[in-house]
Design a protein around this ligand. Structure first.
Ligand code: SAM
Length: 292
């Protein structure tokens, strides 16, 4: 049996020559990308970092065998986790990003001129170092003067904050290793306290095909603390099942009722636009059933 994330060279298919990276899902499904080579690997105190050069998706960042981003499709996730809450909040100034050491979410937040300060709290400095070396188009924005990078466990960092942030974005990997705490109720109790009276939080909430029970759990936790809770969806080809959900918790502004589409004018984005904003909250029935 292959180890998670190992390079698998014997896929029995018509196009099997060459080397493939395979992400083994938590169940009995996998995703493979043909690669030309592995260009980086490092075991850190928190996880294994690997970077591959793939034929179809460019460079690929992998943590503990799970794909975090690819050069080809990272714009989808990074635009959707950032612009939906930032265009919902009427005037975001203070933003906190937990996780997100590749810098992609920060790149998108910086496009909002109202934002004066972004704190990025990443537990593993080696992820930032690797992103700076191999993904400059994603990580170079970490050097912006509005950005402060803090190497700390987000679960600990959030405990000391009270009524500070307009928007908090939880750009976590799958719920393994150091990220487990980012899916727990106590963490979101602290997130609620760290937001000010108009605050909004968005967290990546995994795929309904892969983590249906986790989505149910996050939904019930958010409903305990936030008056407004909504899920929204996006298609990311290289995330397990190709469908990823986001959960939004808001103290005052509703991402559908209070969204002003005119604010999006002038933004040059590759995925997000005002129609996508509306449409992403239109949930299919099977997803709605998860939330009942
Ligand atoms: N967009 C990706 C996804 O949806 O899977 C996540 C990308 S980003 C690389 C995830 C980051 O979260 C990693 O760099 C990891 O080190 C960081 N992380 C994991 N647990 C953390 C924690 N408790 N506090 C802060 N950062 C954490």
């Amino acid at each position: 049996m292959q180890e998670k994330g190992e390079v698998n060279t014997d896929i029995p298919n018509s196009n099997s020559e060459g080397i493939w990276f395979t992400e083994y899902g938590p169940e009995n499904t996998a995703l493979s990308l043909k690669i030309s080579r592995k260009i980086f690997e490092k075991e850190t105190p928190f996880q294994r970092i690997e970077i591959f050069e793939s034929y179809d998706y460019g460079k690929v960042l992998v943590l503990d065998g799970f794909i975090m981003l690819t050069e080809k499709d990272e714009f989808i996730y990074h635009e959707m986790i950032a612009h939906v809450p930032l265009f919902t909040h009427p005037n975001p100034v203070r933003v906190l990003v937990i996780g997100g050491g590749d810098g992609g979410v920060v790149r998108e937040v910086l496009k909002h001129k109202s934002v004066e300060r972004i704190e990025l709290v990443e537990i593993d400095e080696e992820v930032v170092n690797a992103a700076r070396r191999f993904f400059p188009q994603v990580s170079s924005y970490l050097d912006d003067e509005r950005v402060e990078v803090i190497f700390q466990d987000g679960v600990e960092f959030i405990k000391s904050k009270n009524g500070v942030y307009d928007v908090i974005l939880i750009d976590s990997p799958d719920p393994i290793g150091p990220a487990v705490g980012l899916f727990e109720e106590n963490f979101y109790k602290d997130v609620f306290s760290a937001l000010n009276d108009f605050g909004i939080v968005v967290a990546q909430a995994e795929s309904p095909f892969v983590f249906p029970d986790l989505i149910k759990k996050i939904h019930s936790v958010f409903n305990k603390y936030f008056p407004i809770v909504r899920f929204y969806l996006a298609n990311v080809p290289t995330y397990a099942s190709g469908l990823i959900s986001f959960v939004l918790g808001s103290k005052k502004f509703d991402p559908v009722e209070d969204f002003n589409p005119n604010r999006v004018a002038g933004f040059q984005l590759k995925y997000y636009n005002e129609q996508i904003h509306w449409a992403s909250f239109a949930l299919p029935n099977f997803f709605k059933d998860l939330l009942k």
